[in-house]
Design a binder for this molecule. Structure first.
Ligand SMILES: [Zn+2]
Length: 110
């Protein structure tokens, strides 16, 4: 049982996937950031989680990435929402990250 006010040391941060909407430990999700460009924002993979700005999270599943793109969830998650250039190839990089074993694959099975 957890409560909203039940924060404690060592608590695992949880984020919601923009594709399937499931909440998962932050470490089981891929973090993206909207990187400012002269022509607008561009979605960039933040592999080590250190890039500034608001994090945009999806499961390490290309399907979740694609769904988030199809739903324009990345654009809507921006504050404020706005145009965002997305390289579709970013989705397939998630699969290679899983294969590389950098991530707790069991957490994102399926
Ligand atoms: Zn997902």
């Amino acid at each position: 049982m957890t409560t909203r006010t039940g924060r404690r040391r060592g608590h695992v941060p949880v984020r919601r996937c923009l594709g399937c909407g499931e909440r998962r430990p932050k470490g089981a999700l891929a973090r993206f950031v909207a990187s400012p460009r002269p022509e607008g924002h561009r979605l960039a993979r933040d592999a080590d989680g250190t890039a500034g700005g608001r994090g945009l999270y999806v499961c390490l599943r290309p399907a979740c990435f694609e769904r988030a793109v199809a739903r324009r969830a990345f654009q809507r998650a921006l504050r404020p929402p706005g145009p965002l250039a997305i390289d579709p190839a970013l989705g397939s990089t998630l699969l290679s990250e899983r294969k590389a074993g950098q991530w707790p694959v069991a957490e994102v099975a399926g």
